[in-house]
Write a protein that binds this ligand. Structure first.
Ligand SMILES: [Mg+2]
Length: 395
């Protein structure tokens, strides 16, 4: 007890004085108690009042002296206990620091993870939006393309249907019997005309008409007239010009080159020479074959087909040569009108043909003005010199 009392008497001053601890430094009961209960120190401080050494190092030998048993307070345990107390606080602080660090780390990792997650989410959202937008744009493009193709196909189908319907309505309205029917999808049908043994090709497309003429097919370009003359419903009337239509353009060339006097002289000199065939000669021959079938049945006067020659030639040698040529071919027209240069329009108005063929646009236009459906045959020298009229030449 005496030793313990001496320990208690020594303790307060020793702790504060030896370690110079702040006054408010707390020293727990355990540390104090342990210090008080310890009695196992083997050394004491004798040369200095403080010892510095690192953890794990032994104290220097000069600072270790054999203690005096119960002579003075032991420092070892005090030091140890303080270290333990500090260690506890350090551990606690380290634990707190570690927990704080861990928490901060966790918070930072959480924040980082949240940021990463948010960035990932934002990027995924952006990528999804971009993908969705691209998909939408592609679908829109595909749908527009599909719609356009569908529209084009529907338009093509509708046009085809409309054309077929128009052709069928035309057939029904005119009570025509059409055996051969061809839809070429916009390409030229001229290549098929000979295979079909076509007698006459009519079109509003002058280029196709020229192509047909070059193939040896009777062809003409159609023009619509603002004034239409009433025509017969029981008889087909077809009127032809002579030169460059039923005949070649031989005499027309003489006229263009040598004038009216040269033309007359040429016709007198060649009165018995047959004219060459013109582009519509075979069509007249085809009509003649049909007529002969009606003639054979006794319908000569009331034949449903009637043909006309309407020419600017005169009844003199030029007209005689044209008639001789027709007879030589075995052809004839029901009527031959030699106008000697007079306008053809008024005569055609009286004839009221369903169609009139001429190689010169001047006559075509004149006939159309009088209400006749006129067709232009783009053949011969007149196509190269369209402005030099032969109407008033007396040819
Ligand atoms: Mg002519």
């Amino acid at each position: 007890m005496a030793h313990e009392r001496s320990r208690f008497g020594f303790r307060p001053n020793t702790v504060q004085d030896v370690w110079h601890l702040p006054e408010n430094t707390k020293i727990g009961k355990f540390a104090t108690g342990a210090m008080c209960s310890s009695d196992e120190s083997r050394f004491k401080l004798s040369t200095c009042d403080r010892v510095w050494r690192c953890r794990g190092e032994r104290s220097a030998a000069c600072n270790i002296l054999q203690h005096d048993r119960f002579g003075s307070g032991s420092v070892t345990n005090l030091w140890t206990k303080v270290q333990r107390g500090k260690a506890k606080r350090g551990k606690a602080q380290r634990g707190k620091a570690q927990r704080g660090k861990a928490q901060r780390g966790k918070a930072q990792r959480g924040k980082a993870q949240r940021g990463k997650a948010q960035r990932g989410k934002a990027q995924r959202g952006k990528a999804k939006r971009g993908k969705a937008q691209r998909g939408k744009a592609q679908r829109g493009k595909a749908q527009r393309g599909k719609a356009q193709r569908g529209k084009a196909q529907r338009g093509k189908a509708q046009r085809g249907k409309a054309q077929r319907g128009k052709a069928q309505r035309g057939k029904a309205q005119r009570d025509l019997f059409i055996e051969r029917f061809c839809m070429t999808g916009g390409s030229s049908p001229i290549g098929y005309l000979k295979a079909w043994q076509t007698n006459l090709y009519l079109s509003a497309d002058a280029e196709k008409v020229r192509e047909a003429l070059s193939e040896g097919i009777a062809a003409a370009t159609m023009f619509m007239s603002n004034k239409l003359t009433e025509v017969s419903q029981t008889q087909l009337r077809v009127a032809f010009d002579g030169d460059a239509v039923l005949f070649s353009d031989e005499s027309e060339r003489i006229f263009k080159a040598q004038g009216l006097d040269g033309f007359f002289q040429h016709e007198r000199d060649n009165e018995d020479v047959l004219l060459d065939r013109g582009p519509l000669k075979d069509f007249l021959a085809s009509l003649g074959k049909l007529q002969k079938k009606f003639y054979a049945k006794g319908h000569r006067l009331d034949c449903p087909i009637r043909t006309y020659l309407v020419t600017a030639r005169s009844a003199a040698s030029s007209g005689i040569r044209a008639l001789k040529t027709l007879r030589a071919w075995g052809l004839e027209t029901d009527e031959a009108l030699f106008l000697a240069g007079a306008p053809k329009g008024p005569m055609l108005e009286k004839i009221r043909p369903h169609i009139y063929f001429d190689d010169q646009m001047f006559h075509v236009e004149g006939a159309a003005e009088m209400g006749t459906v006129a067709a232009h045959v783009p053949y011969g020298i007149a196509q190269k010199h369209p402005h030099k009229k032969s109407l008033n030449t007396g040819k």
